[in-house]
Write a protein that binds this ligand. Structure first.
Ligand code: KG4
Ligand code: ZN
Length: 349
Protein backbone atom coordinates (compact mmCIF):
# COMPACT_ATOMS: atom_id res chain seq x y z
CA UNK A 1 0.00 0.00 0.00
CA UNK A 2 1.39 3.41 -1.01
CA UNK A 3 0.32 6.49 0.94
CA UNK A 4 1.26 10.11 0.29
CA UNK A 5 1.83 12.08 3.51
CA UNK A 6 1.52 15.86 3.80
CA UNK A 7 2.75 17.88 6.80
CA UNK A 8 2.55 21.67 7.29
CA UNK A 9 1.88 22.07 11.02
CA UNK A 10 4.64 24.57 11.76
CA UNK A 11 7.58 25.79 9.68
CA UNK A 12 8.41 22.74 7.57
CA UNK A 13 6.61 22.04 4.29
CA UNK A 14 6.86 18.28 3.88
CA UNK A 15 5.59 15.46 1.68
CA UNK A 16 6.55 11.78 1.57
CA UNK A 17 5.52 8.46 0.09
CA UNK A 18 5.53 5.48 2.45
CA UNK A 19 4.87 1.87 1.54
CA UNK A 20 3.15 -0.44 4.04
CA UNK A 21 3.46 1.91 7.04
CA UNK A 22 7.22 1.56 7.44
CA UNK A 23 9.12 1.70 4.16
CA UNK A 24 9.95 5.30 3.28
CA UNK A 25 10.14 5.69 -0.51
CA UNK A 26 10.63 9.46 -0.39
CA UNK A 27 10.84 12.15 2.28
CA UNK A 28 10.94 15.76 1.09
CA UNK A 29 11.24 18.49 3.74
CA UNK A 30 11.51 22.18 2.93
CA UNK A 31 12.62 23.97 6.07
CA UNK A 32 11.64 27.62 6.47
CA UNK A 33 14.26 28.23 9.18
CA UNK A 34 16.11 30.94 7.16
CA UNK A 35 12.81 32.86 6.73
CA UNK A 36 12.19 33.02 10.49
CA UNK A 37 15.78 33.36 11.74
CA UNK A 38 15.77 37.16 11.74
CA UNK A 39 12.76 37.12 14.09
CA UNK A 40 14.17 34.52 16.51
CA UNK A 41 11.08 32.33 16.16
CA UNK A 42 8.33 31.21 13.78
CA UNK A 43 6.17 34.05 12.39
CA UNK A 44 2.79 32.43 11.54
CA UNK A 45 1.95 34.72 8.58
CA UNK A 46 5.32 34.10 6.93
CA UNK A 47 5.02 30.34 7.58
CA UNK A 48 1.59 30.07 6.03
CA UNK A 49 2.50 32.08 2.93
CA UNK A 50 5.61 29.99 2.38
CA UNK A 51 3.66 26.71 2.75
CA UNK A 52 1.26 27.96 0.10
CA UNK A 53 4.09 28.77 -2.30
CA UNK A 54 5.91 25.47 -1.81
CA UNK A 55 3.33 22.77 -1.17
CA UNK A 56 2.52 21.78 -4.78
CA UNK A 57 6.19 21.48 -5.78
CA UNK A 58 7.06 19.51 -2.62
CA UNK A 59 4.24 16.98 -3.28
CA UNK A 60 5.36 16.62 -6.90
CA UNK A 61 8.96 16.05 -5.74
CA UNK A 62 7.89 13.39 -3.21
CA UNK A 63 6.10 11.39 -5.93
CA UNK A 64 9.02 11.74 -8.34
CA UNK A 65 11.60 10.68 -5.73
CA UNK A 66 9.46 7.65 -4.86
CA UNK A 67 8.89 6.73 -8.55
CA UNK A 68 5.19 6.51 -7.77
CA UNK A 69 2.41 8.08 -9.88
CA UNK A 70 -0.74 9.74 -8.52
CA UNK A 71 -2.70 6.75 -9.86
CA UNK A 72 -0.64 4.32 -7.81
CA UNK A 73 -1.46 6.08 -4.52
CA UNK A 74 -3.85 4.28 -2.16
CA UNK A 75 -4.62 7.39 -0.16
CA UNK A 76 -3.50 10.77 1.13
CA UNK A 77 -2.62 11.30 4.79
CA UNK A 78 -2.36 14.77 6.27
CA UNK A 79 -1.69 16.42 9.63
CA UNK A 80 -4.76 18.31 10.90
CA UNK A 81 -3.41 19.15 14.38
CA UNK A 82 -1.85 20.19 16.63
CA UNK A 83 0.06 23.15 15.22
CA UNK A 84 -0.37 26.67 13.87
CA UNK A 85 -3.89 27.07 12.44
CA UNK A 86 -2.74 29.13 9.45
CA UNK A 87 -0.05 26.55 8.60
CA UNK A 88 -2.20 23.45 9.15
CA UNK A 89 -4.92 24.79 6.86
CA UNK A 90 -2.56 24.87 3.86
CA UNK A 91 -1.69 21.17 4.10
CA UNK A 92 -5.22 20.08 4.94
CA UNK A 93 -6.71 22.03 2.01
CA UNK A 94 -4.10 20.70 -0.40
CA UNK A 95 -4.74 17.11 0.77
CA UNK A 96 -8.52 17.46 0.55
CA UNK A 97 -8.31 18.95 -2.95
CA UNK A 98 -5.95 16.23 -4.17
CA UNK A 99 -7.98 13.39 -2.62
CA UNK A 100 -11.19 14.72 -4.19
CA UNK A 101 -9.62 15.19 -7.60
CA UNK A 102 -8.00 11.73 -7.56
CA UNK A 103 -11.01 10.10 -5.85
CA UNK A 104 -8.72 8.56 -3.24
CA UNK A 105 -9.23 8.11 0.52
CA UNK A 106 -8.15 10.96 2.82
CA UNK A 107 -6.71 10.22 6.28
CA UNK A 108 -6.45 12.92 8.98
CA UNK A 109 -3.45 12.38 11.27
CA UNK A 110 -2.53 13.64 14.75
CA UNK A 111 0.98 15.12 14.50
CA UNK A 112 2.03 14.02 18.01
CA UNK A 113 1.00 10.41 17.47
CA UNK A 114 2.97 10.52 14.20
CA UNK A 115 6.14 11.66 16.05
CA UNK A 116 5.90 8.42 18.06
CA UNK A 117 5.48 6.36 14.87
CA UNK A 118 8.67 7.97 13.47
CA UNK A 119 10.79 5.49 15.49
CA UNK A 120 9.26 2.61 13.49
CA UNK A 121 10.47 4.05 10.17
CA UNK A 122 13.96 2.82 11.06
CA UNK A 123 14.58 -0.45 9.19
CA UNK A 124 15.82 -2.35 12.29
CA UNK A 125 12.95 -1.22 14.57
CA UNK A 126 10.64 -3.93 15.91
CA UNK A 127 7.05 -4.33 14.76
CA UNK A 128 4.94 -1.72 16.64
CA UNK A 129 2.76 -4.48 18.12
CA UNK A 130 5.80 -6.29 19.50
CA UNK A 131 7.16 -3.08 21.08
CA UNK A 132 4.09 -2.68 23.32
CA UNK A 133 3.50 -2.01 26.13
CA UNK A 134 5.64 0.99 25.34
CA UNK A 135 6.52 4.22 27.09
CA UNK A 136 6.74 7.16 24.69
CA UNK A 137 8.23 10.60 25.12
CA UNK A 138 7.46 13.31 22.57
CA UNK A 139 9.91 16.21 22.86
CA UNK A 140 9.69 19.02 20.34
CA UNK A 141 9.52 22.78 20.06
CA UNK A 142 5.87 22.82 21.06
CA UNK A 143 5.38 19.65 23.12
CA UNK A 144 6.84 17.59 25.92
CA UNK A 145 4.73 14.67 27.08
CA UNK A 146 4.95 11.10 28.32
CA UNK A 147 2.50 8.52 27.07
CA UNK A 148 1.69 4.98 28.15
CA UNK A 149 0.91 2.88 25.04
CA UNK A 150 -0.48 -0.58 25.96
CA UNK A 151 -1.03 -1.37 22.27
CA UNK A 152 -0.61 0.55 19.01
CA UNK A 153 -3.24 3.27 18.72
CA UNK A 154 -4.09 3.39 22.45
CA UNK A 155 -2.62 6.39 24.27
CA UNK A 156 -2.74 7.36 27.95
CA UNK A 157 -1.05 10.66 28.79
CA UNK A 158 0.99 10.18 31.97
CA UNK A 159 2.56 13.61 32.22
CA UNK A 160 3.60 16.69 30.33
CA UNK A 161 5.14 20.12 30.66
CA UNK A 162 3.02 22.57 32.60
CA UNK A 163 4.43 25.54 30.67
CA UNK A 164 7.31 25.65 28.15
CA UNK A 165 8.19 22.66 25.95
CA UNK A 166 11.76 21.34 26.13
CA UNK A 167 12.57 22.66 22.64
CA UNK A 168 11.18 26.05 23.58
CA UNK A 169 13.47 26.08 26.64
CA UNK A 170 16.46 25.41 24.34
CA UNK A 171 15.31 28.10 21.90
CA UNK A 172 14.89 30.71 24.66
CA UNK A 173 18.34 29.96 26.11
CA UNK A 174 19.99 30.33 22.71
CA UNK A 175 18.29 33.72 22.29
CA UNK A 176 19.51 34.89 25.72
CA UNK A 177 23.03 33.65 24.91
CA UNK A 178 22.98 35.26 21.46
CA UNK A 179 23.53 31.91 19.74
CA UNK A 180 20.75 32.17 17.12
CA UNK A 181 17.71 30.12 16.11
CA UNK A 182 16.72 27.30 16.41
CA UNK A 183 18.30 26.96 19.82
CA UNK A 184 18.56 23.20 20.34
CA UNK A 185 21.32 22.45 17.83
CA UNK A 186 23.45 25.48 18.83
CA UNK A 187 23.16 24.85 22.58
CA UNK A 188 23.96 21.17 21.96
CA UNK A 189 27.05 22.18 19.93
CA UNK A 190 28.26 24.76 22.47
CA UNK A 191 27.77 22.27 25.33
CA UNK A 192 30.10 19.81 23.58
CA UNK A 193 33.00 22.24 24.20
CA UNK A 194 32.38 22.47 27.97
CA UNK A 195 34.94 21.11 30.43
CA UNK A 196 32.30 20.21 33.03
CA UNK A 197 28.77 18.89 32.67
CA UNK A 198 26.92 21.08 35.15
CA UNK A 199 29.14 23.65 36.87
CA UNK A 200 26.16 26.02 37.24
CA UNK A 201 23.13 24.85 39.24
CA UNK A 202 19.94 25.50 37.27
CA UNK A 203 16.43 24.56 38.51
CA UNK A 204 15.59 20.92 37.87
CA UNK A 205 12.25 21.51 36.10
CA UNK A 206 10.13 20.17 38.96
CA UNK A 207 6.57 21.55 39.10
CA UNK A 208 5.57 23.25 42.33
CA UNK A 209 3.50 20.96 44.57
CA UNK A 210 -0.20 21.75 44.34
CA UNK A 211 0.12 23.40 40.92
CA UNK A 212 -3.49 23.25 39.65
CA UNK A 213 -2.25 22.56 36.11
CA UNK A 214 -1.24 19.07 37.27
CA UNK A 215 -4.89 17.97 37.31
CA UNK A 216 -4.93 14.19 37.67
CA UNK A 217 -1.28 13.84 36.59
CA UNK A 218 1.45 12.88 39.05
CA UNK A 219 3.96 15.66 39.79
CA UNK A 220 6.78 13.10 39.26
CA UNK A 221 5.64 12.72 35.64
CA UNK A 222 5.43 16.44 34.83
CA UNK A 223 7.98 19.16 34.18
CA UNK A 224 8.02 22.93 34.32
CA UNK A 225 10.70 24.71 32.30
CA UNK A 226 9.65 28.36 32.60
CA UNK A 227 11.73 28.86 35.78
CA UNK A 228 14.78 27.56 33.98
CA UNK A 229 14.93 30.34 31.40
CA UNK A 230 14.28 32.94 34.17
CA UNK A 231 17.18 31.45 36.17
CA UNK A 232 19.41 31.77 33.10
CA UNK A 233 18.32 35.38 32.63
CA UNK A 234 19.29 36.21 36.25
CA UNK A 235 22.52 34.26 35.98
CA UNK A 236 23.52 36.33 32.93
CA UNK A 237 22.62 39.56 34.74
CA UNK A 238 24.79 38.63 37.73
CA UNK A 239 27.62 37.10 35.68
CA UNK A 240 27.81 38.80 32.26
CA UNK A 241 29.03 36.04 29.94
CA UNK A 242 32.16 36.25 27.81
CA UNK A 243 32.41 33.93 24.77
CA UNK A 244 34.60 31.58 26.86
CA UNK A 245 31.78 31.13 29.41
CA UNK A 246 29.18 30.02 26.86
CA UNK A 247 30.07 26.28 26.71
CA UNK A 248 29.83 25.86 30.52
CA UNK A 249 26.52 27.73 30.66
CA UNK A 250 25.12 25.78 27.69
CA UNK A 251 26.17 22.44 29.19
CA UNK A 252 24.70 23.20 32.65
CA UNK A 253 21.44 24.40 31.11
CA UNK A 254 21.23 21.40 28.78
CA UNK A 255 21.96 19.04 31.66
CA UNK A 256 19.05 20.53 33.64
CA UNK A 257 16.61 19.88 30.76
CA UNK A 258 18.00 16.44 29.95
CA UNK A 259 17.97 15.36 33.62
CA UNK A 260 14.35 16.46 34.00
CA UNK A 261 13.34 14.45 30.90
CA UNK A 262 15.34 11.35 31.85
CA UNK A 263 14.14 11.39 35.49
CA UNK A 264 10.49 11.29 34.38
CA UNK A 265 11.25 8.38 32.04
CA UNK A 266 13.00 6.60 34.94
CA UNK A 267 9.99 7.11 37.19
CA UNK A 268 7.61 5.64 34.58
CA UNK A 269 9.94 2.70 33.84
CA UNK A 270 10.13 1.88 37.56
CA UNK A 271 6.32 1.63 37.77
CA UNK A 272 5.66 -0.79 34.91
CA UNK A 273 7.52 -3.26 32.72
CA UNK A 274 7.74 -1.60 29.35
CA UNK A 275 9.13 -3.50 26.39
CA UNK A 276 10.31 -0.29 24.76
CA UNK A 277 10.96 3.38 25.35
CA UNK A 278 10.24 5.41 22.19
CA UNK A 279 11.41 9.00 21.93
CA UNK A 280 10.41 11.28 19.05
CA UNK A 281 10.44 14.98 18.15
CA UNK A 282 13.18 17.50 17.32
CA UNK A 283 14.75 17.49 20.79
CA UNK A 284 15.37 13.73 20.51
CA UNK A 285 18.30 14.75 18.27
CA UNK A 286 20.08 16.05 21.37
CA UNK A 287 23.39 14.24 21.83
CA UNK A 288 23.35 14.29 25.64
CA UNK A 289 19.70 13.20 25.82
CA UNK A 290 20.50 10.22 23.56
CA UNK A 291 23.45 9.29 25.79
CA UNK A 292 21.43 9.46 29.01
CA UNK A 293 18.46 7.57 27.49
CA UNK A 294 20.77 4.80 26.30
CA UNK A 295 22.11 4.37 29.87
CA UNK A 296 18.59 4.45 31.30
CA UNK A 297 17.19 1.86 28.88
CA UNK A 298 20.10 -0.48 29.66
CA UNK A 299 19.47 -0.14 33.42
CA UNK A 300 15.81 -1.04 32.94
CA UNK A 301 16.40 -3.74 30.35
CA UNK A 302 14.11 -1.88 27.97
CA UNK A 303 14.65 -1.39 24.25
CA UNK A 304 15.33 2.24 23.36
CA UNK A 305 13.70 3.30 20.10
CA UNK A 306 14.98 6.54 18.57
CA UNK A 307 14.11 7.79 15.11
CA UNK A 308 16.71 8.37 12.44
CA UNK A 309 17.84 12.02 12.51
CA UNK A 310 15.92 12.81 9.27
CA UNK A 311 12.70 11.61 10.94
CA UNK A 312 13.17 13.37 14.33
CA UNK A 313 12.07 16.84 13.26
CA UNK A 314 8.83 17.50 11.44
CA UNK A 315 8.43 15.32 8.34
CA UNK A 316 5.64 13.73 6.31
CA UNK A 317 6.97 10.15 6.33
CA UNK A 318 5.76 9.77 9.92
CA UNK A 319 2.31 11.04 8.81
CA UNK A 320 1.96 8.58 5.91
CA UNK A 321 3.47 5.83 8.09
CA UNK A 322 0.96 6.16 10.91
CA UNK A 323 -1.90 6.27 8.40
CA UNK A 324 -0.50 3.07 6.89
CA UNK A 325 -0.94 1.39 10.30
CA UNK A 326 -4.68 1.98 9.88
CA UNK A 327 -4.93 4.89 12.33
CA UNK A 328 -6.32 8.38 11.83
CA UNK A 329 -9.64 9.88 10.80
CA UNK A 330 -10.91 8.19 7.63
CA UNK A 331 -13.97 7.99 5.36
CA UNK A 332 -16.36 10.93 4.94
CA UNK A 333 -15.33 12.25 8.38
CA UNK A 334 -11.86 13.01 7.01
CA UNK A 335 -13.30 15.29 4.30
CA UNK A 336 -15.27 17.14 6.99
CA UNK A 337 -12.20 17.71 9.19
CA UNK A 338 -11.18 21.19 10.19
CA UNK A 339 -7.75 22.00 11.61
CA UNK A 340 -7.43 21.46 15.39
CA UNK A 341 -4.52 23.63 16.59
CA UNK A 342 -4.56 22.25 20.15
CA UNK A 343 -5.30 18.61 19.32
CA UNK A 344 -4.15 16.30 22.12
CA UNK A 345 -2.59 12.91 21.82
CA UNK A 346 -5.21 10.13 21.66
CA UNK A 347 -7.96 12.61 20.69
CA UNK A 348 -9.54 13.31 17.32
CA UNK A 349 -10.96 16.78 18.07
O1 KG4 B 1 9.86 18.33 16.16
P1 KG4 B 1 10.37 19.67 15.72
O2 KG4 B 1 11.17 19.73 14.44
O3 KG4 B 1 9.21 20.68 15.53
C1 KG4 B 1 8.12 20.77 16.40
O4 KG4 B 1 7.13 20.00 16.20
O5 KG4 B 1 8.23 21.60 17.32
O6 KG4 B 1 11.24 20.24 16.93
C2 KG4 B 1 11.89 21.47 16.86
C3 KG4 B 1 12.61 21.72 18.17
C4 KG4 B 1 13.23 23.11 18.28
O7 KG4 B 1 12.83 23.69 19.50
C5 KG4 B 1 14.72 22.82 18.26
O8 KG4 B 1 15.49 23.76 19.00
C6 KG4 B 1 14.79 21.44 18.89
O9 KG4 B 1 13.68 20.76 18.35
N1 KG4 B 1 16.04 20.74 18.58
C7 KG4 B 1 16.94 20.36 19.51
C8 KG4 B 1 18.04 19.79 18.80
N2 KG4 B 1 17.76 19.84 17.47
C9 KG4 B 1 16.52 20.42 17.35
N3 KG4 B 1 16.91 20.48 20.85
C10 KG4 B 1 17.99 20.02 21.53
N4 KG4 B 1 19.08 19.49 20.94
C11 KG4 B 1 19.15 19.35 19.59
N5 KG4 B 1 20.24 18.81 19.02
ZN1 ZN C 1 6.60 18.15 15.51
Amino acid sequence: MHLLGIETSCDETAAAVVKDARTVLSNVVYSQIPLHQAYGGVVPEIASRSHLEKIDGIIEQALQDAHVTYDQLDGIAVTYGPGLASSLIVGLSAAKGLAMRLKKPLIGINHLEAHIHSVFLKPDAPDPHEACPMLALVVSGGHTCWIDIPKPGEYHIMGQTLDDAAGEAFDKAAKLLGLGYPGGPVVDKAAKEAKTLASIAFPKGRPRAGNPALGAMEAEMCVSFSGLKTALMYHLKDHPATPEDIPEIASSYQEAIVSALVDRCAFALSKKNYKALAVGGGVSLNRRLRERLTELAAQHNTRLLLAEPKHCGDNAAMIAGLAGMGFGVTGDAAFLLDVVPSLEIGKTK
